[in-house]
Design a protein around this ligand. Structure first.
Ligand SMILES: [Zn+2]
Ligand SMILES: [Zn+2]
Length: 281
């Protein structure tokens, strides 16, 4: 089964604990690799990202020290989960080069409307999602979802992240109420984005957090999308998006089984110099 996790958050951003606690839990869970992917700084006030350049350097330094300390026991990688908001966030390349990152996960947590309003689609509070939908998109779910996928498309084309974070997080607070994933307009948006992912050679993470936090009824992305991705030969990795050390191994095996059911036989791991495929069987 899959013994790797490339998406974790420590106390340097919105996670609970110092990086070493995650390494210790990863060893207990029998993981072979752990990647740290703190939220990259963003140029507006917030409570989730690594706050400034000094903290970013300290984060990178601490992860580099852990790489040496645990050499031979577990592979440790330095990464970031970077937000993409057109015209607002920093270029991913700036972080890659400045910190010599191993890889970067690109994610959309804020959807920009036509008037620079930012709709926060993540977090535990559904009311924030509902209020944002009303305020920034006049309750027009279709326009809002189009804006979400368009922003992911732009992120891929302008920033070239290694990994696409929680592909369909937009569904998390929907609860099948405002749109259904089977609707043709929604499927069309998903397929358009998948084609862009395939053409740009990105990896899609299969993110278990929505399930174990009981905020989503399915993985990000869900099984129907995974089936399409497999037909298109889009590579995947599995990650838990851990915000606490005890979350580093949650649902990895179950998700590997789901991937096998959807047709996948391999998943990607970062292996120091690049991404490699490993068997899921
Ligand atoms: Zn995220
Ligand atoms: Zn994350």
């Amino acid at each position: 089964m899959f013994k790797h996790n490339f998406h974790t958050h420590t106390a340097y951003c919105d996670g609970s604990s110092p990086p070493e606690d995650y390494v210790i839990e990863a060893l207990k869970a029998g993981l072979e690799s752990i990647g740290f992917s703190g939220h990259a700084p963003v140029p507006f006030e917030n409570h989730f990202a690594i706050p400034d350049n000094d903290s970013l350097k300290a984060y990178a330094g601490e992860v580099e020290e852990l790489k040496e300390k645990y050499d031979g026991q577990i592979n440790i990688f330095l990464a970031l989960e970077a937000d993409y908001i057109p015209g607002i966030t920093f270029d991913f390349k700036h972080f890659m080069e400045d910190l010599s990152l191993d890889y970067i996960i690109g994610s959309v947590h804020f959807v920009k409307n036509r008037k620079e309003g930012l709709w926060f689609i993540d977090g535990p509070d559904r009311n924030v999602w509902l209020q944002g939908l009303a305020e920034y998109f006049n309750g027009d779910i279709r326009e809002a979802v189009i804006a979400y996928y368009r922003q992911i498309n732009m992120m891929i084309q302008t920033q070239q992240p290694d990994v696409i974070g929680h592909f369909d997080k937009i569904k998390m607070h929907n609860h099948d109420e405002y749109f259904r994933e089977e609707e043709p307009w929604y499927s069309k948006l998903v397929m358009e984005t998948l084609e862009i992912i395939r053409d740009n050679g990105c990896i899609v993470e299969v993110n278990t957090r929505g399930l174990y936090k009981k905020r989503s009824g399915s993985l990000f992305p869900g099984p129907a999308i995974l089936k399409e991705m497999n037909k298109m030969n889009i590579p995947v990795t599995i990650s838990t998006d851990a915000h606490k050390p005890g979350e580093v191994g949650l649902l990895l095996d179950e998700t590997a089984r789901t991937l096998i059911e959807t047709g996948y036989r391999e998943a990607c791991i970062y292996a120091g110099k690049g991404w490699e495929s490993v068997s899921l069987l």
